[in-house]
Design a protein around this ligand. Structure first.
Ligand SMILES: [Zn+2]
Length: 450
């Protein structure tokens, strides 16, 4: 199977991933061999891989709540036999949600439900999801700037779990599962040695690795790099990533794997060197940089996560939550500190005015500190809230990552609303537009990934 024209444009950086999403939306089947097919429904939703065997179908990942019906339709267009085995590459909902459709189909047909296999930690993940359902709804809504989002529940647990690796033979096809820690602690990559096809799960996602997500549980940059190196030694002929188009050809597949590994190794090494030298988190955040040649690759652009967030995650992995600033060990209440500083500055409004000047001059990081101190010292002051909204608008505009932009946009909206008061918003939408143009909540279906 050859690369297609759109792939070549993605590979060279001439096309954006949105173009590929438009091309595959509604559900698209990509033949890999006569008995293997990749199914795509758009960049933001996990891919699936279907394998035909003499015992029935094997499915690697099952699609998201938003698009699993498309995944399922594409599968059934290709083959009608029973689904014998499902492998979750990890427990994120855009990879697992569709399993319930397979169960429903089996129940309707009166056949056995598929056997689901995953790493053991998927079980713990789903227990955690049950315990933090409302938190996850909040975090996902904020991460993607979609107020009112509800996280799925009723997660389909695996029937069988493994720890380090697992070799299966299903209907005469050998399938090897390897565990690694990367975006999650429950990740699996799937290797078909006879065909030399690799389904990497979210170890490969066609953007800079999502290894530092600010509001999610610990991620594992060094483990991620190690897993990519292990995949590299397999020399796959075909790489089916967790998100984005299939990469055909050993040279390109290995290049994608090696570049991702090199990026994460560099960030880990730089961070650890400074940590071992006694550096504080503050020193490290402002010293470590992602290698520019790697960051420019079309499959490593920091469009979703941010290298700085990954540095924080590496720090946290090795050193816990304390950042090395003694004032942060047992800090005062934020409101107390803000009141003290506002008083020293001659009033909260002085802090806000300085924030506006700094933001105007492009010093958005510093501006955010002062705007937040001003609003914390004087939360009812609508002028200060209006300044705060403007500062976060500028912070959002300075971000390359979707996560960074969305989080700033959430606080921009909160500040904008506080600056107007709910009655004022209802009475005068014109005023709100003049005050601060607010990025609208995402109009695309919510990406349910990671
Ligand atoms: Zn994913």
């Amino acid at each position: 199977m050859e690369q297609d024209l759109l792939f070549e444009r993605l590979w060279s950086g001439a096309a954006a991933m949105e173009e590929w999403t438009a091309a595959v939306s509604g559900g698209s089947a990509k033949p890999i061999t006569d008995s293997i097919m990749a199914i795509h429904t758009g960049y933001l939703f996990g891919n699936s891989t279907a394998i035909r065997t003499d015992a029935g179908l094997v499915l690697v990942d099952t699609g998201s709540r938003e698009t699993a019906s498309q995944t399922f339709a594409a599968l059934r267009h290709w083959a009608d036999g029973p689904v014998h085995t499902v492998i979750y590459t990890h427990g994120h909902i855009d990879h697992t949600w569709g399993a319930r459709l397979l169960d429903q189909e089996a129940d309707a047909r009166g056949t056995a439900r598929p056997r689901i296999i995953a790493h053991r930690n998927v079980l713990y993940r789903f227990d955690r999801y049950d315990a933090t359902h409302r938190l996850n709804s909040l975090v996902m809504g904020r991460q993607f700037n979609q107020p009112g989002y509800t996280f799925p529940d009723g997660h389909r647990r695996p029937d069988e779990v493994y720890d380090d690796n697992l070799a299966l033979t299903v209907g005469g096809v050998r399938i090897e599962l390897f565990h690694g820690r990367g975006e999650t602690d429950d990740a699996t990559f799937v290797w078909l040695p006879e065909q030399r096809v690799l389904a990497s799960g979210d170890f490969v996602i066609w953007v800079f690795p999502n290894a530092g997500n600010p509001r999610k549980v610990q991620r594992f940059a060094p483990g991620w790099a190690a897993a990519l190196r292990r995949m590299e030694t397999l020399k796959p002929k075909v790489l089916i990533p967790g998100h984005g188009p299939v990469v055909f050809g050993e040279e390109r597949a290995v290049q994608v794997l090696a570049s991702g590994a090199e990026m994460l190794e560099s960030l880990t090494r730089q961070t650890l060197d400074l940590m071992n030298g006694g550096g504080s988190l503050d020193d490290i955040l402002h010293s470590v940089s992602a290698p520019a040649n790697l960051l420019a690759k079309p499959y490593l652009l920091p469009k979703y996560d941010d290298p700085e967030f990954v540095v924080r995650s590496i720090w946290h992995l090795y050193a816990g939550w304390f950042d090395g600033d003694p004032a942060h060990l047992k800090p005062a209440r934020a409101a107390e500190l803000a009141a003290e500083l506002a008083s020293l500055a001659g009033g909260a409004d002085k802090l806000a005015q300085r924030a506006a000047v700094l933001a105007e001059g492009g010093q958005t990081r510093l501006a955010a500190h002062l705007a937040e101190l001003a609003a914390t010292a004087s939360p009812q002051d609508k002028t200060i809230q209006a300044t705060r909204a403007t500062v976060y608008e500028r912070c959002a505009a300075a971000e390359t990552s979707l996560i960074g932009r969305a989080i700033f946009a959430v606080y921009q909206r909160d500040a904008r609303d506080a600056s107007l008061g709910s009655a004022a918003i209802a009475a005068s939408p014109k005023t709100s537009r003049q005050l601060s143009p607010l990025p609208p909540p995402s109009s695309t279906p919510l990406p349910s990934c990671c």
